[in-house]
Design a protein around this ligand. Structure first.
Ligand SMILES: [Zn+2]
Length: 264
C-alpha cells in the first residue's frame, strides 16, 4: 500500500473527489494526507477527512496565507489542533518566488508560530520553501532539536539538505524528481532509504510523461517507480521503505482508522 503524504483534494480542481480517491485506492494508494494550508482550507480539509477514511490531514498557514495570520486565526488553529486529530502542522515556511506574496516579516512570524505549535504537540512540521532557502534554513536551524520536519516537494538545495540529513528529517519526493534536469535528482542518488516520503502535491506538479494537467494521488506508484529506477532498486523495496517512512514521519497516521476500506 502506498501513502500520498501531500495532497490538496479539497481544491476546486477536484469536483469529482470521490472518484479521484477511488482511483487512488485502485492504484494501491490507501492513505492520503490532505494539507489544510490556511483558514479557508481548514474546514474543507477537516470535512474531507471526516467523509473519507483514507484521508488524514495537517492544519497550518501556507506562507502565501501568512497575511491571514493574526491573533484570532492563530487561536483558531490552536483550537482545531486540540479538537481534531491532524497528523502534522503546515504546510509552513517561506516563499519569496511570487512578488505579491505576503511580506517576509509576516511569513517569518507565521512560520515561527507553527514551529512552536508543532513542538508543543509533538507533531511533524510540513515545510514549504520556494526561493527562500536561507530564510527557511535560518529559522529551522534555530529551532529546538526535538522539532520533526518533512521537507515537502524538496528542491535539492544544499543547506536544507544537509540540515535534514543531520537532524533525521524526511525528504518529500514528488513530481519535481521526475523532471530530468531537476537539481534534486543529485541528492536522490544518495538520500538514505529511511529518510524519504512520497507525495504528489495534487493537483500540482504532474509527473513528467503523464498526459493529464491535473495531478492525482493515483500517481504515487509512478513516482515510486521513477525513484526505484533512479536508484536501481526493485519497486517493492522502494514501496516498502516509503510506507515505513511515512508512518515514521507521521506517527499519528496509524491512528487513522479503516484506511483500506473501499470508498463508500
Ligand atoms: Zn502543498
Amino acid at each position: 500500500m502506498f501513502i500520498d503524504t501531500h495532497a490538496h483534494l479539497d481544491l476546486d480542481q477536484f469536483p469529482d473527489v470521490e472518484s479521484v480517491i477511488e482511483s487512488a485506492v485502485a492504484a494501491g494508494v490507501g492513505r492520503i494526507i490532505n494539507i489544510g494550508f490556511g483558514p479557508k482550507r481548514w474546514p474543507t480539509t477537516l470535512a474531507l477527512a471526516k467523509r473519507f477514511p483514507q484521508i488524514a490531514c495537517t492544519l497550518g498557514f501556507h506562507p502565501g496565507d501568512a497575511d491571514k495570520f493574526n491573533p484570532e486565526s492563530a487561536d483558531r488553529l490552536v483550537e482545531l489542533v486540540r479538537a481534531t486529530n491532524p497528523v502534522g502542522i503546515g504546510e509552513a515556511g517561506i516563499d519569496l518566488h511570487w512578488p505579491n506574496n505576503p511580506a517576509l516579516d509576516l511569513q517569518r512570524a507565521a512560520f515561527a508560530f507553527q514551529i512552536d505549535l508543532a513542538l508543543e504537540h509533538d507533531l511533524p512540521l510540513v515545510i514549504h520553501q520556494r526561493a527562500a532557502e536561507a530564510e527557511v534554513a535560518e529559522q529551522l536551524e534555530a529551532a529546538d532539536a526535538r522539532l520533526r520536519v518533512v521537507l515537502h516537494s524538496f528542491d535539492g538545495t544544499e543547506r536544507l539538505q544537509n540540515l535534514a540529513l543531520d537532524r533525521g528529517w524526511y525528504i518529500g519526493i514528488g513530481g519535481l524528481m521526475t523532471r530530468r534536469t531537476a537539481p534534486v535528482r543529485e541528492l536522490l542518488h544518495r538520500v538514505p532509504l529511511d529518510r524519504f516520503v512520497l507525495e504528489t502535491d495534487s493537483p500540482f506538479l504532474v509527473p513528467s510523461g503523464i498526459e493529464s494537467r491535473r495531478n492525482e494521488p493515483a500517481n504515487v506508484p509512478v513516482i515510486a517507480e521513477r525513484f526505484a529506477g533512479l536508484r536501481g532498486l526493485p519497486l517493492d523495496a522502494i514501496a516498502a521503505a516509503a510506507r515505513r517512512n511515512a508512518l515514521a514521519a507521521f506517527p499519528r497516521l496509524v491512528a487513522v482508522p479503516a484506511a483500506l476500506e473501499p470508498v463508500s
